[in-house]
Design a protein around this ligand. Structure first.
Ligand code: AHR
Length: 518
């Protein structure tokens, strides 16, 4: 068992070094630094996002109470069970772009009386609002996850928004609390996390940051927690990728007492106008996707630098509430449904991105993978009654050990993965220690072509037992399918050895390994 005190007092140095046949090669080192007051890795970094888009909600999560597929109040029981295993800490809903067209009162009351609407953002299909506020918040309760509601600013009103908060949070007499009770729910759910619009620079209303900052101030002024125990946490719609000006204006123009978090969205793809295939990609497409995924490090560093300028005490959090891989849709599927396969490339995106979030946990307090079921980088895919877990699911499950653990900061000097004259770091890593004194180190080798020999120097750490799990496969294009759902699963990894407290291992190409050190 490692004691935190022991680690802090003596300092931990983990050195990862590439060795070739006993000859020291290019130095890849990861040094875990001594750091007082290291941040907690918020469990909310491991959050998810579910939009009314394609088959995420309807035909994904929600099959209806009358379905032959086993369900709990209309939500697939197998999905609930799988997500509970992931320890999903929060779920963002109902959008995305859909959020700024959604009128929550359409989704309450008797289901047969709810209006059918057209989902203009995603495929132009109709939906009958049978999955609404009660259905979503009850689902969150079943999952043990905190709800994160994204409210309609683009086409809604202050009253509509504040009524929603009152409806879900007020525990007393009031028009909205009474309406909730009439609809069968006595106690409020207590919703803490609220998004004040989504992508206001784009689908949320094509606003300038100055205009949105003013609008945000107006909305935030009227957002009361209605005595929700945990208060209210207001998240401003944030920048698109590297739009640092957007973050700058929000940080400059929104008074600190009106905001708790500022968002950021960034997806990984080959080219926006031709995102390439989800499964049958070539090395060029793989490399470009990884370049973009790894660019999250630069994005966070630069957005945080802007935030530091206006908020040096780090009172306002950075919330990456949309991230993941985005490819061309599977052949024969509705282009507006964003249905894509999920391969070992997605496991690489998940492993490296989560390492980046962990390492920036001082400012990054929440993140939401897009999207949970059947859309973009999904953790679950369904086909009628069948359900499969994707490589991304397995990475999220392996990494759940970092939730609410204390970050062990690292200094990483990695060897390179080179392709056609360009390069990215081959190795990504992060480490944490939990309340019980158990440490975890997550390693990713994004190199598509070769394994990397690594040494981890544990000499200064007290350890009785070290175990590891690995996610890997024969080809980076490999994925689980409805015919072969367990092609890629997590396996125990024992191919490492200690030499005088130095752990030596070879991380296979495109694989993720998580060590547990007790
Ligand atoms: O996740 C799909 C879409 O991507 C979301 O609706 C939107 O916010 C983003 O552009």
């Amino acid at each position: 068992m490692i004691s935190k005190k022991n680690i802090k007092s003596r300092g931990i140095v983990l050195i990862l070094c590439l060795l070739l046949a006993g000859v020291t090669c290019a130095q890849t080192t990861v040094t875990i630094q001594e750091k007082e007051n290291a941040p907690i890795i918020s469990k909310h970094i491991y959050g998810h996002f579910a939009e009314h888009l394609g088959r995420c909600i309807y035909g994904g999560f929600y099959v209806g109470e009358d379905s032959n597929i086993p369900n709990t109040n209309g939500v697939r029981t197998d999905i609930i069970e799988a997500l509970k295993e992931l320890k999903v800490p929060n779920l963002r809903w109902p959008g995305g772009c859909f959020a700024d067209t959604y009128h929550w009162k359409d989704g309450i009351g008797a289901k047969e009386d709810r209006p059918t609407i057209v989902n203009q953002w995603w495929g132009g299909v109709t939906e009958d609002n049978s999955f609404g506020t009660h259905d979503f918040l009850n689902l969150c309760e079943a999952l043990g996850a905190e709800p994160y509601l994204a409210a309609n600013i683009g086409s809604g009103t202050v009253k509509e928004f504040t009524d929603w908060i009152q409806y879900v949070n007020h525990d007393g007499e009031s028009p909205m609390a009474n309406l909730r009770k009439e609809n069968g729910r006595d106690k409020p759910w207590g919703v803490t996390y609220w998004g004040v619009g989504n992508e206001m620079w784009g689908c949320g209303g094509n606003m300038t940051p100055e205009y949105y900052a003013n609008l945000y101030r107006q909305y935030a002024t009227f957002m009361s927690s209605w005595n929700n125990d945990k208060g209210i946490y207001r998240i401003a719609s944030g920048a698109n990728v590297d739009d640092y000006h957007w973050t700058e204006v929000l940080m400059r123009d929104i008074p600190k007492h009106l905001i708790e978090g500022v968002a950021l969205h960034s997806y990984s793809f080959v080219e926006w106008n031709d995102k390439g295939p989800a499964a049958n990609f070539n090395e060029k497409q793989y490399f470009k996707t990884m370049e973009r995924a790894l660019n999250m490090e630069t994005l966070i560093t630069k957005h945080v630098a802007v935030m530091d300028k206006y908020d040096p005490d780090k009172k306002i959090d950075l919330i990456v509430d949309e991230w993941g891989g985005w490819y061309n849709v599977e052949e024969g599927t509705n282009p507006g449904f964003l249905y894509q396969q999920n391969t070992m490339r997605d496991a690489m995106i998940a492993g490296t991105t989560l390492n980046i979030f962990n390492n920036h946990s001082e400012r990054v307090k929440m993140a939401n993978l897009a999207q949970t079921v059947n859309v973009l980088q999904a953790v679950i895919l369904t086909d009628d009654e069948k359900m499969i877990l994707t490589p991304t699911y397995h990475v999220m499950k392996m990494y759940a050990v970092h939730q609410d653990a204390t970050l062990l900061p690292i200094d990483l000097k990695s060897d390179k993965y080179e392709f056609e004259g360009n390069s990215v770091p081959a190795i990504s890593a992060s480490a944490s220690i939990n309340k019980e004194g158990v440490a975890h180190v997550s390693l990713v080798n994004v190199d598509m072509n070769k394994a990397h020999k690594i040494t981890l120097d544990f000499q200064k750490m007290k350890q009785n037992k070290t175990t590891a799990n690995i996610l890997t496969s024969a080809k980076v294009q490999d994925h689980n399918s409805f015919e072969n759902p367990n092609k890629i699963v997590v396996k125990e990894y024992e191919d490492f050895k200690f030499k005088k407290g130095i752990l030596e291992l070879e991380v296979p190409a495109f694989s993720v390994i998580v060590f547990e050190i007790k």
